[in-house]
Design a protein around this ligand. Structure first.
Ligand SMILES: O=C(O)CCC(=O)C(=O)O
Ligand SMILES: [Fe+2]
Length: 260
């Protein structure tokens, strides 16, 4: 049994079983919604289940489901494979920037896995969103779509462009922290998820994040290069990111130096 089947089975479990892993109020881990910052906010058409998976000492096993019985194992394996993949990707990114790979090595050492279940909405699919427009606060996000239902869209020159689903491919999103670190040479991508009228959609996001107590500062290629972003504390940036409603790339304004 693989992770795709296990995620599907987990979301099919009765609500009271899933609720044994419910998020604490204000918490990020467990089963529930995300980014609920006020009572009168419009909710997203989705169920989610998030786990801190890396480094291993960050795990709280009380959130790791015992059903389906292969799930914990699958999560663990998937998590470590994605870590290896992200590491090669980060080295590749360092090469494209002509910087020492050591400089990026600690930027993706933490990982949060988030599993997303988007039920169909037969009556008014155009009136709901599975996930509001946002860019990811992470350094890199590795996304796997579990079935071939279209839903993910990216914003390009103001227009929403559907991303064709692939079940056998990993999709890589540049996150805000990579944008800051590259002084804007890699731009985080704004995206959202729409809802299908008849079919459910499932995906798993692996947010690759730097050490929580570290900092991110723009790496400059030349001394003449203008610095466009502030040096941010990772914990502070993510704290700011998670305490706000998702709103396009608004969170990144926090780190932008004003244009002169
Ligand atoms: O479900 C998807 O395709 C995207 C999920 C996503 O953007 C996220 O988890 O941040
Ligand atoms: Fe995202």
């Amino acid at each position: 049994m693989g992770i795709k089947e296990d995620i599907q089975k987990f979301f099919q479990l009765p609500l009271e079983v899933k609720n044994a892993y419910a998020q604490d109020p204000g918490g990020l881990q467990g089963y529930g919604q995300v980014f609920v910052v006020s009572d009168d906010q419009k909710l997203e058409w989705a169920d989610r289940f998030a786990l801190f998976t890396q480094p291993p000492q960050a795990r709280d096993m009380s959130y790791w489901p015992s059903q389906p019985h292969t799930f914990r194992n699958c999560i663990e394996q998937y998590s470590s494979e994605v870590m290896k993949f992200t590491h090669s990707l980060a080295i590749f990114i360092a090469k494209t920037l002509d910087v020492d790979p050591e400089l990026v090595a600690d930027k993706h050492v933490s990982q949060v896995l988030r599993m997303n279940y988007y039920p169909p909405c037969a009556s008014t699919p155009e009136k709901v969103l599975g996930l509001s427009p946002h860019s990811d606060g992470a350094f890199l996000t590795i996304l796997l779509e579990l079935n071939l239902v279209q839903g993910l869209q990216i914003r390009r020159h103001g227009a929403w462009i559907p991303v064709k689903p692939h079940c056998d491919a990993l999709l890589v999103n540049v996150g805000d922290l990579l944008e800051i670190m590259t002084n804007g040479k890699y731009k985080s991508i704004e995206h959202r998820v729409t809802i299908n009228a008849h079919k459910e959609r499932l995906s798993i996001s692996a947010f690759q994040i730097p050490n929580y107590d570290g900092i991110i500062s723009p790496i400059l290629e030349t001394t003449e290069e203008k610095i466009l972003y502030k040096t941010v504390k990772v914990e502070e940036y993510l704290g700011f990111y998670f305490s706000n409603k998702l709103e396009g790339k608004r969170a990144l304004d926090y780190a932008k130096l004003s244009e002169i």
